[in-house]
Design a protein around this ligand. Structure first.
Ligand SMILES: Nc1ncnc2c1ncn2[C@@H]1O[C@H](COP(=O)(O)OP(=O)(O)OP(=O)(O)O)[C@@H](O)[C@H]1O
Ligand SMILES: [Mg+2]
Length: 334
C-alpha cells in the first residue's frame, strides 16, 4: 500500500500520559491563581480578620469565637464567623443553626445568618448528619479549607472571626498562608498550668506564622456565687483547693464570692511573660454551657449579665489593638 501523503503522529502512551499530566498541572495552576485572586478580592471586602486559637482542646475557643462575633454584631458591626473545625464543628450548635445546610448559587457559597445578623459558615453545613465523624486526610482537608475560603460570598464585613480546632495544626497554617492581611490571633486559655503551657506554644506558633498576637483571654476564670444573710454578718465559705474564703454580708443582706475553680491569673501572667496583651477574664458561667447546648448564646440570653459584660471588655481590648495597629500602618505609609 502506498504511503499516505498526510502523516498523523499518533501519540504513544508515554507522551499521552505526559500531556495529560501537563494539562492537569495547568488546570491546577489556573485554579490556584483564580483562588488567590478570589482570596485577595475577599480580603479587600473584609476589614479585620481574627483567628481564635488555643493550644489545648476544650478551653472555650468556640464559645469565645461565637461570643466575640455576637458581641461585635450587637454593637452594630457586620460580622462573619468561619468554623474551620472539620472534625468537630460546634459553631452551628452554639449559634442556633444546627441542621442548616449550605446555600450554593452560581458556584458561590452563601453563609447562614445567626443572631444579630452574624454570617456563619461551618464545615458542619457539609455533613450529612451530625453524628458521623469526619475523617479527612490531610491534603483533602486543607484543599477543602482553601476552597471554602475562596468560594464563600461574605460580602462586606467589618470582622471575620475564624474558629479553629485545638492545637498548632495545619489548619491555621493553611488559613494564614491563604488569607491576606490577617490582623492577628486571639489565644484562649483556662487558668490551669497545663493549658497555660500550651498557650505559650500557641504564642510561639503565631510568631512562626508571622501573625500578630492580639492577646490572651482567660476563660472559665472564677465562678461567682451569691446569697443573702443577716446584714453585717461574716460568713466563711469552703472554697476549692481546701481554702477558706471570708465574706462580708452587705447592709442590704446580700453577699457574693468568686471561687477560683481552676486557679486564677495564669492567663495574665502568661501574657506578661510572653509580652503580649491580656484581653481579660471570662467567668465560669453554667449559663454558657446551657446556651451552647440550646443554641442561644449567653450574650443573647442575658445581654446585661456578667459574661456579656466580660465579652464587651475583651472586644474593647481587641478594638484598641486593631486601632493602634492601624495607626502604626498609617505611620509606615507616611
Ligand atoms: N466560661 C465558661 N463557663 C462555663 N462553661 C464554659 C465556658 N466556656 C466554655 N464552656 C463550656 O466548655 C465546653 C467546651 O467549650 P468550647 O466548645 O467552646 O471549647 P473549644 O476550645 O472550642 O473545644 P474544642 O477544642 O473541642 O474545639 C462547652 O461545653 C462550653 O459550653
Ligand atoms: Mg471548638
Amino acid at each position: 500500500m502506498a504511503d499516505s501523503p498526510v502523516r498523523i503522529n499518533k501519540p504513544d502512551a508515554e507522551s499521552e500520559a505526559a500531556s495529560s499530566d501537563q494539562k492537569r498541572q495547568m488546570e491546577q495552576a489556573y485554579s490556584q491563581m483564580k483562588r488567590k485572586m478570589q482570596m485577595e478580592e475577599m480580603g479587600k471586602l473584609i476589614k479585620h480578620k481574627i483567628m481564635v486559637l488555643s493550644g489545648k482542646g476544650g478551653v472555650g475557643k468556640t464559645t469565645v469565637s461565637t461570643g466575640l462575633a455576637l458581641s461585635l454584631a450587637k454593637d452594630g458591626a457586620k460580622v462573619g464567623l468561619l468554623d474551620i473545625d472539620i472534625t468537630g464543628p460546634n459553631v452551628p450548635k452554639m449559634m442556633g443553626l444546627d441542621g442548616h445546610r449550605l446555600h450554593v448559587e452560581g458556584g458561590r457559597i452563601f453563609p447562614a445568618e445567626g443572631h444579630h445578623g452574624v454570617k456563619v459558615i461551618s464545615m458542619a453545613f457539609l455533613l450529612e448528619d451530625d453524628d458521623t465523624p469526619v475523617v479527612w486526610r490531610g491534603p483533602i482537608k486543607l484543599g477543602a479549607i482553601q476552597q471554602f475560603l475562596g468560594d464563600v460570598e461574605w460580602g462586606q464585613l467589618d470582622y471575620l472571626i475564624i474558629d479553629f480546632p485545638p492545637g498548632t495544626s495545619d489548619e491555621p497554617l493553611t488559613v494564614a498562608q491563604s488569607l491576606p492581611d490577617i490582623d492577628g490571633m486571639v489565644i484562649v486559655t483556662t487558668p490551669q498550668d497545663v493549658a497555660l503551657l500550651d498557650s505559650r506554644k500557641s504564642i510561639g506558633f503565631a510568631s512562626s506564622l508571622k501573625v500578630p498576637v492580639i492577646g490572651v483571654v482567660e476563660n472559665m476564670s472564677g465562678y461567682t456565687i451569691r446569697g443573702t444573710a443577716q446584714a453585717g454578718q461574716k460568713i466563711t465559705i469552703e472554697a476549692p483547693g481546701g481554702r477558706q474564703l471570708d465574706v462580708d454580708v452587705g447592709d442590704d443582706g446580700s453577699w457574693s464570692a468568686t471561687l477560683d475553680i481552676f486557679k486564677q491569673g495564669g492567663g495574665e501572667e502568661t501574657a506578661a511573660e510572653m509580652e503580649v496583651n491580656f484581653l481579660g477574664r471570662l467567668p465560669f458561667d453554667p449559663g454558657v454551657v446551657r446556651g451552647g447546648d440550646d443554641g442561644v448564646h449567653r450574650i443573647i440570653a442575658d445581654p446585661q449579665g456578667e459574661s456579656a459584660i466580660a465579652f464587651s471588655r475583651v472586644v474593647s481590648g481587641i478594638s484598641e489593638f486593631l486601632s493602634s495597629a492601624n495607626n502604626e500602618d498609617d505611620l509606615e505609609i507616611i
